[in-house]
Design a protein around this ligand. Structure first.
Ligand code: GLC
Length: 340
């Protein structure tokens, strides 16, 4: 296990909580297992995602990168809707103008000493008809891997956000194997982020199949429980409106639901020698600010005490911790993520 830890740290030059290297991050207890860490991160949700309903994209500005870094975050996760920007079959060529936009984000991350996860997001066609859309998925990854083959290991790839629907667990395991082979062809040591099926749920870790010999993999999970609190008022979720007014008080039972889930994820990570990355957690803006602050703080601290890196969902959009109109952090939420 120690050998794996050392290789990963040397190979990926990733930032560790346990080492306390990052400016502004106070040391937290060392994880009980030797895991690599990519630190505390922020999702740039909706910025490189295509419009679902005409009111989807959030603006992305150059000053956001230093603002995020100066608050102490060391990582951005960038959800990207690649499929909206490719030519038809059989080439599926990525639109050069769009690729330049991604290049700009990567350059801003590097300039500001931020690691960046390029996350493949919003491929609904793949979820509804995996067989018909797998070739496009692989073709896109081949191009992205080739394009960034000389980028440093601080640029990570996340192969697929939240596999779900007809892309069930066995099909996702098969497709993941193909995608890993495609991406590994250009840079074998690139750190890659992969998650289990059914929307990266913790209870699906047990069904995730990863190649034994590949030690440059982080395993991601998403956590929004209870949905009836975090997704109250969310228009894209059934019952979202019925949940309005729900609170999160931090009772023993509420806390236990978080710790029990994270115990399971940590146990899986230990057994499989894989670092765990909580790639998304967040509370939608329709909840009351005190409950959101309590939940965010408890989830972030519990992730850290379990040795997980994390990225909050999300910077400036619906779950946002930053107010783009006021050009200011929402202080209680930022404080919940990054206690002084
Ligand atoms: C998932 C979805 C994203 C959504 C978030 C919270 O990442 O892909 O669209 O905003 O979860 O529901």
């Amino acid at each position: 296990m120690k050998a794996i830890f050392t290789t990963l740290l040397a190979g990926c030059a990733l930032v560790g909580f346990a080492s306390g290297q990052s400016a502004g991050i106070s040391p937290i207890p060392a994880p009980t297992t030797p895991v690599i860490q990519i630190g505390r991160g922020m999702n740039l949700g909706s910025m490189l995602e295509e419009s679902r309903d005409g009111d989807w994209n959030a603006a992305i500005h150059e000053d956001y990168f230093p603002i995020i870094r100066q608050a102490g975050f060391t990582l951005i996760r960038v959800p990207i809707s690649w499929t909206q920007h490719v030519s038809p079959a059989p080439d599926y060529a990525i639109d050069p103008a769009f690729l330049s936009r991604v290049d700009w984000v990567v350059a801003q991350a590097q300039k500001n000493d931020l690691q960046a996860i390029l996350d493949y997001h919003n491929d609904g066609a793949l979820m509804y008809d995996p067989a018909a859309n797998a070739d496009r998925f692989i073709a896109i990854w081949k191009q992205v891997a080739e394009h960034y083959k000389n980028a440093p290991s601080s640029i990570l790839f996340e192969l697929l956000n939240e596999p779900n629907k007809k892309l069930d667990v066995p099909q996702w395991n098969d497709l993941l194997e193909r995608a890993l082979a495609a991406v590994r062809a250009t840079k074998p040591a690139r750190p890659l982020v992969n998650g289990p099926g059914r929307s990266n749920r913790i209870d699906q870790l047990q069904n995730l199949v990863l190649p034994d010999g590949d030690s440059h993999l982080l395993v991601t999970v998403h956590f929004y429980d209870p949905m009836s609190f975090t997704h109250q008022g969310a228009q894209w979720v059934k019952d979202g409106d019925a949940w309005l007014g729900n609170t999160w008080k931090g009772t023993d039972a509420e806390k236990l639901a978080v710790t029990a889930a994270f115990d399971k994820a940590a146990e899986w990570g230990r057994a499989h020698h894989r670092p765990i990355f909580l790639g998304e957690f967040g509370a939608y803006h329709m909840g009351d600010i005190d409950s959101r602050t309590r939940w965010i703080s408890f989830v972030a601290r519990t992730a850290e005490s379990h040795g997980f890196s994390w990225a909050y969902w999300e910077f400036s959009h619906g779950f946002g911790v930053y107010d783009p109109e006021a050009h200011a952090w929402r202080e209680p939420l930022l404080e919940a993520l990054m206690p002084k």
